[in-house]
Design a protein around this ligand. Structure first.
Ligand code: SF4
Length: 908
């Protein structure tokens, strides 16, 4: 319909929503203000520093993608043609996910590459591991020595003693392929401190383990997260949430903390941590009672008949009876019940519930970390949240929530080595039958428990000593050469884990590496190319580069080239590894990194044709544009593909849960009360610590060298409600001692109504440290001392805070902040959920005024207590261990780097 003149004016003034905007197309972005890709190699801008003179600078704009969170937003590196160096990063408007926009962390890549303290050369430890002595070595030495250790391990036929443990993955299958070529079940990840809870909940419904909400087209946006500011995919999501809201969508945010996102919401529901499932089930009941469910979707795509057959064999197998029985099953989940569990007014439950119930097929929902990773039974949050999508028929619809895998491109690789011929029980111990990812957060505890050791352990862009709970147990494991024969840290910047390595090998930042990216950041499907920008710049200038290290700073290697070279050197010619690194184009010769990407891009649907239209090949297109839209929208794929579950349907009823010993969770329920449920706290003296939120401008543990980001935020005080502050007699800036199950830390108080009474909050990602003998990250790290005070107890004290220093960068001398925050994670006990395996981040804490000798930043941990505490939680899983048909875990569920199928069964 044509707009009227009044509508046209009102739309321009933004009084009414944009009536003719195309939501998901990258073409909907106004691209006129951006330089045309045809001119990217010769872009001219005035130099702002020379103002008011008009001095022109010439740039080559090279597309790449950001590496500072998972979203892989598009960036354009401005390579100054005079210096040949990157001058700045801006957004790439032709990237379909980010559409030219970045958060603060994207442009701050320039800080990372210019960090005066970055690691530029391979280092080998001198003295004992962890003592802090290092010598610079040549790459040849590093590669030969590490290759020899891996070769020795592989020749023992062990499949689980060479391990790659990844923090920020950032690529699609590269290292998994390498590990398969080595024949090891050696992939470990950070997922069990991140998304494993939510993944389990989603997986139970439809095997796909992540949601992809279509916020732009939604009527109601329901977030159990703070996705307007932070979290996975947040910049791509935030811009689409705002588009949806501009078009009239209502935003509902579930969070005990008034996040920036909650502050923008139409409905902020500050639920008690862990009660979210009670709320979602109350809303499910409202939908059922009011006949607002999508009968067509539920009747045809949900395995309701299986539930009736299993639990109500004497009842008629009709849809009408199913609805009645489900209502009976959910009878207890009244709004009053939800309000009592959540500790919010019942009116709020009903008002927000009505918005959800009336959203129809345009309900976009999301949970990723947040409550799903916080609580015992947190996986229920994702399962009950998705129930709302199922009932409203908003699964896979425009404006609804789709499985992420529909929008994610899986590259075809040039060579697929066979699956590993073994099973790593340090990663998937038998008792965690349903753990969706590796039990990485209890790795030191399993090792201490005598369950295995490692010959060669790679940590790659990963900092468990600092990021994980119970970091002193990680230090203990890494210091012990019997537990970890050799520790290799692959990292672009120093971190607390690299301090305990044998080799520290410098890897590239975003603009110094290759990766293929594809993420479900919108309803469409795209692929992007993270390319080393100076390599592409050299090519444009007519200089061919064989190895990326030729153009990277210092001796920083490109990571793909590192794995290729290491793999080649491991094989002494008898091991069959080299055959997986041969060129698909040149018979008998080693593959090059260009050929690797050429092969994959040639197989992206539609890309070769788009490239040919510009007179390019597929690799040339990606070098030039950096991204390609494969599908505009990926709705309703189940109508062709069905659902990849045993029933072929959405599994409201999970036979898997029944078979694996959890019949009480056959259908979504609220039958597990979180470990921080008020009933599990010691009255009013115990609080729930909410430690799993992030300051929006920080990268998990890689922003301490990004000066712009640190200047914005560098403290992590304890958020406390005024009522609780009054009860404890503390005021803004006072010190509080926060006692966890295994230790304590001292932090400063921030009194705010932005946190629920009874809950205190403390942000992740601040509180970085280094000892006197360590280096790096001085923008954000305190110098600390670590003392063994006996009986397994460790004491960390802040020796000095942040301060200025002299370097080639004048800004290091201008550092004005002094407070580097407090390391809280190290005082957290590990709490592995017995079902999902996820770490339950929320901690029960006691609060008090510190004594005179307990100072700000002090930390104490009892590592013996932490081991005993691990055993208590581990026992919960052991007590329910069940293996139908001898299966270690359900055969249909996903597993990263899946071994051969026979290893999915326990050997007789
Ligand atoms: S959201 Fe920010 S940090 Fe994440 S990829 Fe985009 S620009 Fe980078």
């Amino acid at each position: 319909m044509k707009k009227t003149l009044i509508e046209d004016i009102a739309q321009k003034l933004r009084i009414i929503p944009n009536l003719d905007r195309e939501h998901s197309s990258s073409e909907s972005v106004d691209l006129r203000k951006y330089p045309d890709p045809e001119n990217w190699h010769d872009h001219i801008e005035l130099d702002a520093n020379e103002w008011p003179k008009r001095v022109e600078r010439r740039y080559s704009l090279v597309p790449t993608t950001c590496f500072n969170c998972e979203s892989a937003c598009g960036m354009l590196a401005y390579v100054d043609k005079e210096s040949g160096q990157v001058a700045k990063f801006e957004g790439n408007p032709h990237h379909p996910g980010s559409r030219g926009r970045n958060c603060a962390k994207g442009p701050a890549t320039i800080n990372q590459i210019n960090d005066t303290e970055r690691i530029l050369y391979p280092m080998k430890r001198v003295g004992k591991r962890g003592e802090g002595g290092w010598e610079r070595i040549y790459w040849d030495q590093a590669l030969d020595e590490i290759a020899a250790k891996i070769r020795t391990s592989l020749k023992t036929e062990a499949k689980d003693r060479v391990v790659y443990h990844v923090g920020r993955p950032g690529n699609e299958g590269y290292v998994e392929r390498v590990l398969k070529a080595w024949g090891v079940d050696g992939h470990n990840s950070h997922t069990n401190i991140c998304s494993a809870g939510a993944r389990t909940g989603y997986s139970l419904w439809h095997k796909h383990d992540r949601p992809s909400p279509d916020h732009s087209n939604a009527k109601v946006i329901l977030l159990t997260s703070s996705h307007l500011e932070t979290g996975h995919y947040f910049n791509p999501h935030a811009q689409r949430i705002l588009e949806g809201m501009m078009d009239g969508a209502k935003l509902i945010v579930i969070d005990p903390r008034l996040s920036n996102t909650a502050s923008m919401a139409d409905h902020w529901l500050p639920t008690w941590p862990g009660s979210e499932s009670a709320l979602f089930l109350a809303w499910a009941k409202m939908i059922l009672e009011r006949d607002l469910y999508d009968r067509d979707f539920v009747e045809n795509w949900v395995n309701w008949e299986d539930w009736l057959e299993a639990d109500y064999p004497d009842e008629p197998s009709t849809f009408e009876r199913f609805i009645e029985l489900l209502l009976e099953e959910y009878a207890e989940y009244t709004p009053e019940f939800a309000a009592a569990e959540c500790r919010i007014p019942v009116e709020q439950v009903i008002e927000a519930g009505e918005a959800v119930a009336n959203a129809g097929s345009r309900l976009s929902t999301h949970v990723w970390r947040s409550a799903a990773i916080g609580n015992l039974g947190g996986w229920q949050v994702a399962r009950t949240l998705h129930l709302l999508n199922v009932l409203t028929g908003s699964v896979g619809t425009e404006g609804g929530t789709s499985p992420n895998s529909w929008s994610k491109f899986s590259p075809e690789l040039f060579d697929e080595p066979p699956a590993p011929d073994g099973w790593n029980e340090l990663h998937f111990p038998l008792e965690y039958t349903l753990s969706h990812y590796e039990m990485s957060h209890i790795l030191p505890h399993l090792v201490k428990d005598g369950r295995g050791t490692m010959d060669v352990y790679f940590t790659r862009v990963f900092n468990p000593v600092w990021t994980y709970p119970d970091g002193f147990s990680w230090i203990g494991m890494l210091e012990d050469e019997e537990s970890v024969g050799c520790h290799v840290a692959l990292t672009p910047t120093w971190n607390e884990t690299a301090f305990f390595a044998d080799y520290v090998l410098p890897m590239g930042h975003a603009s110094e590496r290759h990766d293929i990216n594809s993420y479900a950041t919108s309803a469409g499907k795209w692929v992007a190319f993270r390319q080393p920008v100076l390599r592409e710049y050299a090519r444009r200038e007519g200089r061919e580069v064989e190895f990326t290290r030729e153009v990277n700073p210092g001796e920083v290697w490109e990571e793909d080239e590192f794995w290729n070279e290491l793999s080649w050197r491991i094989d002494d010619g008898t091991m069959g590894i080299r055959e997986h690194f041969m060129s698909p184009y040149r018979e008998g010769e080693r593959i090059t990194v260009d050929e690797y990407y050429q092969y994959t891009f040639e197989r992206v649907p539609g890309l070769p044709e788009a490239a040919a239209a510009e007179g390019l090949d597929a690799l040339g297109y990606m070098r030039k544009h950096g991204a390609f839209l494969i599908e505009e929208a990926t709705y309703s794929k189940h109508e062709q593909e069905g659902w990849p579950t045993p029933s072929g349907k959405q599994e409201l009823y999970s036979p898997t849960m029944v078979e694996f010993g959890y019949p009480e969770h056959a259908i979504p329920h609220y039958r597990i009360r979180s470990h921080v449920h008020p009933d599990n706290l010691q009255g009013e003296d115990e609080y729930c610590l909410l430690p799993n939120f992030r300051l929006p401008q920080h990268i998990h543990s890689r922003s301490a060298n990004a000066k712009w980001l640190v200047e914005i935020g560098h403290r992590n005080p304890i958020w406390i409600h005024p009522k609780d502050a009054a009860k404890l007699g503390v005021a803004e800036g006072d010190l509080l001692k926060i006692e966890t199950e295994i230790g304590w830390f001292v932090d400063k108080v921030w009194v705010t109504e932005g946190i629920k009474p009874g809950v205190v909050g403390c942000s992740h990602h601040i509180g970085r440290w280094r000892r006197a003998q360590d280096q790096g990250n001085r923008f954000l790290s305190n110098e600390v001392s670590i003392e063994d005070i006996g009986d397994g107890k460790k004491r960390m004290r802040t020796v000095s805070g942040v301060g200025p220093w002299e370097s080639d960068d004048p800004d290091t001398n201008r550092v004005w902040w002094r407070d580097g925050g407090v390391h809280q994670n190290i005082t957290h006990a590990v709490q592995p959920d017995p079902i999902s395996g996820a770490h339950c981040w929320l901690q029960k804490v006691r609060l008090s005024r510190p004594s005179a000798d307990e100072k700000y930043g002090d930390v104490e941990v009892d590592t013996e207590k932490s081991f005993e505490y691990y055993k208590r939680w581990n026992q919960m899983a052991k007590q329910r261990e069940t293996h139908p048909r001898g299966e270690r875990r359900p055969l249909w569920m996903k597993r990263p780097l899946s071994p051969k199928k026979e290893h999915w069964f326990i050997p007789e």
